[in-house]
Design a protein around this ligand. Structure first.
Ligand code: T5A
Length: 211
């Protein structure tokens, strides 16, 4: 049986993750692989219900600790019902946001105790960890302009202010520095084609050639 893979897409608002995830999924499918494209918060029916709760409403609707617990309730369901079975049968799972978003949004930017987040991560994920995490990096103002320009977005986190988003960017870069084996920082500036080429180079290099 083919070996399953788990790739996560991370970064601040409007970094272009969703767009690039679709492009990577299409490229991987051409190679004959089963690809499961999913997202967080959400990705399973129960987790999508939690997504509705956590992303809608006023910026201060939930405290960062409550958000952390809601994200982890959703994540456990998603891991149990979607990610683990798919990787187990040999699929490539590409996931728009995962545990690093909780570390960065609720932790680095929101001020939740990193010890609490690490404990939840260990307990909830067990052995399920990404093989590769692509961290999309770009200046905060560019990401927010892109996010505001696109239709149908959830605004709760986008409305949190410049300082929050600067802490968020630094939080993601700190994760990449701390786990260079797992994480590749993708320069998310430039055209869709330029970013797509950077993503493909990282996937080829980490999982297809040397994986
Ligand atoms: N969250 C999530 C937490 O706080 N903790 C957690 O643990 C988790 C899992 C999810 C929110 O939940 C928070 C983080 C988020 O705030 P969401 O609506 O799914 O909410 O939001 P995002 O994941 O942030 O998705 P966005 O749509 O904001 O960003 P993307 O996916 O990075 O960007 P994308 O691809 O939608 O692109 C945005 C716009 O930019 C354009 C696109 O066409 C689109 O219009 N674009 C470009 N324009 C120019 N040049 C490029 N290279 C471009 N790439 C994309």
């Amino acid at each position: 049986m083919a070996q399953g893979r788990f790739i996560t897409f991370e970064g601040g608002e409007g970094a272009g993750k969703s767009t690039q995830l679709k492009r990577l999924a299409a490229r991987l499918e051409v190679g004959g692989r089963e690809v499961v494209a999913t997202r967080e918060p959400g990705g399973s029916p129960g987790a999508e219900s939690i997504r509705e709760l956590v992303l809608k409403g006023a910026a201060d609707r939930w405290s960062p600790v409550t958000e952390t617990l809601l994200m982890y309730a959703a994540r456990r369901d998603h891991v149990e019902r979607v990610i683990r079975p798919a990787v187990g049968r040999g699929a490539w799972v590409v996931c728009d946001r995962f545990a690093d978003s909780t570390r960065a949004y609720q932790g680095a930017a929101g001020g939740t105790d990193p010890g609490l987040i690490a404990a939840l991560e260990t307990f909830t994920l067990e052995e399920t960890r990404p093989d590769l995490t692509l961290i999309f990096d770009l200046p905060v103002h560019v990401g927010l302009e892109r996010a505001h320009a696109r239709a149908g977005s959830e605004m709760r986190f986008e409305s949190k202010g410049q300082a929050f988003h600067e802490r968020l960017r630094e939080g993601f870069l700190a994760i990449a520095r701390g786990e260079p084996q797992r994480c590749a920082v993708i320069d998310a500036t430039g055209s869709l084609e330029e970013v797509e080429a950077r993503v493909w180079t990282a996937v080829e290099d980490r999982l297809l050639v040397h994986g």
